[in-house]
Ligand binder design. Structure first.
Ligand code: ARG
Length: 454
């Protein structure tokens, strides 16, 4: 393609380090789409003839069909997807193919290809997140009043509902979806027409190609257009944050499935057995959602590192953007799908949750609040009194709700029968009616708010 200036072909190692066709072939459809828009614009502007344009379009359609059917032969010697497509086009249509690259460089070509690719990756992520949110909403709705222990420090803290707990993840995944939306809006400008770095002397129409490719308009600075990869970085950052949330949920599923908790069951299709221990059912899918997070973080770190030392404008280092991008996107797609499937199939065990919700004096805060409300005791003092009552209960091995009134009165004589109304976990949950709280009525509001947004 540039043989004019060279007298010998590259060494085998040069080819090995230089060729990207093994991975950038995934940009074939975007590359062809970009070339169709570019050649249509060249003809419209009178830079190539209409008959050349038609030949190019027909040829590109055939190349596309060959790639889709698997009959296309990719060549390492041709380096990358751009040269592979163009070279095959030349075989098919002859001379008109040689005019396609007028007013274009592979630098703006690859920039537009990856932008188109990452734009659809945004759309896929957004759609998958919407699916996941729906699955969580359905499960949360069914369990808006299912009491479970709420934890801080993974120590029993206060009772909450399973629905409320799942809705916390809806909030996280909702923000993740917002991040993909924001990033997609920002990236939707076309770098095509930036040339190698400085623009071109041909009378091209960048607005036309931008529009044809579904962009809001062309990028404003040609140097930036060919050297910037932050649309990819933003996608991967959003993916990394989303992976954090998926990993936390996966971790909870692993904990909930363990025998000491026993909060949920997952059908066999999401678990595996052990080759040695016949009794085992392991939550491998959840563990792998947690485990694969590292790939997404790693990909983001790879591209941040590739970009951080590059002077303007294009440098070949940026070719290293694709493998981490594809791996992050593939991994995200897989873990989102697996998580949605697990959430749909998750079977909570309300008896186990309720049993543990009452353990560990989880309604002690309710007792302290009752002392404040009913006896007008300042909260700090009520906290102290409650601590002493819990210590008595601990000595007797009794739940708070079963503790005899006389024992409580030995700590604070003014306590009366009315206290038992607030000591059950159901009561505790029902009383948390502050905005965003765990009371079933409040959880129902949270669900309704989200229903309107999916
Ligand atoms: N395969 C290259 C990449 O992904 C295309 C751009 C090559 N441009 C160049 N001047 N060598 O970045």
């Amino acid at each position: 393609m540039w043989g004019g200036r060279f007298s010998s072909s590259p060494s085998a190692l040069m080819e090995a380090i230089n060729a990207s066709i093994d991975f950038d072939r995934r940009l074939a459809a975007e590359d062809i789409q970009g070339s169709i828009a570019h050649s249509a614009m060249l003809a419209k502007q009178g830079i190539i003839s209409e008959s050349d344009r038609d030949a190019i379009h027909q040829g590109l359609q055939r190349v596309q069909a060959e790639i889709e059917s698997g009959s296309f032969t990719f060549s390492k010697a041709l380096e990358d997807i751009h040269m592979n497509v163009e070279s095959r086009l030349r075989e098919i249509v002859g001379d008109p193919a040689a005019r396609l690259h007028t007013a274009r460089s592979r630098n703006d070509q690859v920039a537009v290809d990856v932008r188109l690719w990452v734009r659809s990756a945004h759309d896929r992520a957004e759609a998958q997140l919407t699916d996941l949110i729906r699955a969580l909403l359905d499960k949360a709705e069914a369990h808006a009043a299912t009491v479970m222990p709420g934890f801080t420090h993974l120590q029993g803290a206060q009772p909450v509902t399973f629905g409320h707990h799942l809705m916390a993840y809806v909030e996280m995944f909702g923000r993740d979806r917002g991040r993909f939306r924001d990033s997609r809006r920002r990236l939707n400008e076309s770098p095509l027409g930036a040339g190698a770095l400085a623009g071109t002397s041909f009378p091209i129409d960048r607005h036309m190609t931008a529009k044809a490719l579904g962009f809001d308009g062309p990028t404003r600075n040609s140097l930036d257009s060919v050297s910037d990869r932050d649309s990819l970085l933003e996608f991967m950052s959003a993916a990394a944050i989303c992976a954090v949330h998926l990993s936390r949920l996966a971790e909870e599923i692993v904990i909930w499935m363990s025998a000491p908790f026993g909060f949920v069951r997952l059908p066999d299709r999401w678990t595996t057995g052990s080759s040695m221990m016949p009794q085992k059912r392991n939550p491998d899918a959840a563990e792998l959602v947690r485990g694969k997070t590292g790939r997404i973080f790693g990909s983001l770190m790879t591209l941040l590192t590739v970009m951080k030392g590059l002077p303007l404008a294009y440098a070949k280092d940026t070719q290293e953007d694709k493998e981490p991008l594809f791996d992050a996107a593939d991994t995200l797609e897989l873990v989102l799908a697996a998580t949605t499937g697990m959430i749909r199939d998750l079977e909570p065990v309300p008896e186990r949750m309720a049993a543990l919700a009452g353990a560990g004096y989880s309604t002690a805060t309710d007792l302290a609040d009752w002392l404040v409300r009913s006896l007008n005791i300042p909260f700090r003092d009520a906290h102290h009194i409650t601590g002493r009552i819990v210590a008595e209960a601990e000595k007797l091995g009794s739940l708070l709700q079963d503790l005899p009134l006389a024992v409580m009165q030995s700590v604070e004589p003014r306590i009366h029968e009315g206290v038992y109304n607030v000591l059950s976990v159901e009561n505790s949950v029902r009383s948390r009616t502050s905005f965003g709280g765990t009371a079933p009525a409040r959880v129902a509001e949270q669900i309704a708010w989200w229903r309107e947004r999916v």
